[in-house]
Ligand binder design. Structure first.
Ligand SMILES: C[S@@+](CC[C@H](N)C(=O)[O-])C[C@H]1O[C@@H](n2cnc3c(N)ncnc32)[C@H](O)[C@@H]1O
Length: 422
């Protein structure tokens, strides 16, 4: 009998529902028709379901064959709530993910870092108070947020990181973290696993010491951290920052991730750093470079165990697919204030880690979600965008990256300067 996987969480959205698969961190947004189809599928009633829909839910392990374990009742309850659930325009009812900056401190200085408390940067070298984290988790659990991404700074430097991981998991939220790996020994990996960490994302900007060292000083430690996760059986992924210095290693890093058993290889786009004057101009791939990346991604054959993901600002790499295909695959483009928020270690709530505008503090995530004028501005982006993006078929699925557009001399709402579609 089809049932929701034990790892599938479901919450109501206006006229539909959002599914989250905790093992793969994938989401699926259903409209009312989709929610009905899911309900009747679990009920075992012989109806004509769209084969695409059923295949998708099973292939992505939202639905498995097995005992119902109350999943029909859970879907029924969400089906009752969906018609009266509200959300701000073009946003989910609540964030899918909260990015929480655990600390501004870091034990290394990477070139171009967007969050380093260094001389000349506006980031404070302070740790988030545990009470702030508790407040954020309490609100997030109530709003049924699915994930909390622990970053900074270097999160493993926080003396109460394990308590944070434990609290998030006990509150029904999957905690993940991004780390440089320096402190990620086998013992730490085991402790994180036991505390309930979902995934450790290890930053690695090259498959060799030489390429990695253009931006990051710790190739050996990052590789050791990968080994430690393998030994401890802790799910891990690789964060690869696509710069002009690292681009030639893209394929090699994807293969390395696959050979080491990474759950994901995630490609990041360079955003404005906190210091280092012309780093972004020097290191940002051009539209031509991104076209090359598109060819590389097309020819990379991945085993299903390793997923290749791109950060929301790289949606323009996906335009080999029709907009309808991307929509059905759940692509949202710039998701600031729509799917995620960031909370700094001082409690400021931001639409995105890369645009440090805030009109709500104290870690009050849901007040920002519902009332922030800054968030509303991000959600109106497709109405206000100027330039070539305005006429693009992918506008509502992409919206480029406002942080990059502004760093290159544009204003909020200007077109993305590096789109390979141009
Ligand atoms: C700021 S770091 C903090 C977490 C941890 N200390 C680490 O090094 O992974 C989070 C992620 O941002 C990436 N990153 C650093 N500077 C960036 C920039 N200017 N633009 C985009 N991503 C950047 C890093 O490669 C890393 O994967």
């Amino acid at each position: 009998m089809p049932a929701l996987s034990p790892y599938t969480v479901i919450r109501p959205e206006p006229n539909g529902a959002l599914l989250f698969q905790q093992e793969t961190a994938e989401t699926a947004l259903l409209d009312l028709e989709g929610l009905d189809a899911l309900y009747f599928l679990l009920k075992g009633e012989g109806r004509d379901y769209s084969p695409f829909f059923v295949t998708y839910l099973r292939a992505h392990r939202f639905v498995v064959m097995g005992p119902s374990d109350g999943s029909l009742e859970r879907v029924a309850a969400v089906r009752d709530m969906a018609p009266t659930t509200t959300a701000p325009p073009r946003a989910l009812a609540a964030p899918e993910t909260v990015h929480f900056s655990v600390t501004g401190r870091c034990d290394q200085a990477c070139a171009g870092c967007f969050y380093s408390a260094r001389p000349g940067s506006a980031i404070a070298a302070t740790d988030a108070p545990f009470e702030l984290f508790e407040r954020v988790v309490r609100q997030a659990a109530e709003a049924r947020v699915f994930q909390i991404a622990l970053g900074g700074g270097e999160p493993l430097l926080h003396p109460r990181l394990l308590d944070m991981v434990r609290l998030a998991r006990q509150s029904g939220i999957v905690p993940n973290l991004t780390t440089n790996g320096n402190l990620l020994t086998v013992e730490v990996a085991v402790a994180l696993q036991e505390a309930g960490l979902g995934q450790a994302q290890i930053s690695l900007n090259g498959a060799s010491e030489e390429t990695n060292s253009a931006t990051r000083p710790n190739f050996a430690q990052a590789m050791a951290a990968i080994e430690a996760c393998q030994t401890a059986g802790l799910r891990f992924g690789i964060n690869f920052l696509l710069t002009r210095s690292s681009l030639h290693d893209l394929e090699a890093v994807i293969h390395l991730g696959q050979a080491k058993g990474a759950a994901t290889v995630n490609l990041l786009r360079p955003k404005p750093p906190t210091t280092e004057g012309d780093w972004l101009e020097r290191e940002s791939p051009t539209a031509r470079d991104y076209r090359k990346v598109g060819y590389i991604l097309k020819r990379c054959q991945l085993q299903p165990e390793t997923r290749l993901t791109v950060d929301a600002s790289l949606t323009f790499l996906l335009t080999a697919h029709q907009p309808r295909t991307l929509y059905r695959a759940g692509v949202w483009g710039c998701s600031a204030a729509r799917k995620f928020v960031t909370v700094t270690q001082e409690g400021d709530v931001l639409p995105c880690s890369h645009v440090r505008w805030s009109d709500v503090g104290d870690g009050d995530v849901m007040r920002a979600w519902c009332e922030s004028a800054i968030f509303a501005r991000f959600r109106a982006l497709e109405d206000t965008m100027r330039g070539p993006c305005r006429a693009c078929d992918y506008l509502s699925l992409c919206r480029g990256c406002p942080a990059v557009a502004m760093a290159f001399g544009g204003e909020f709402g200007d077109s993305d300067p590096h789109c390979p579609q141009r």
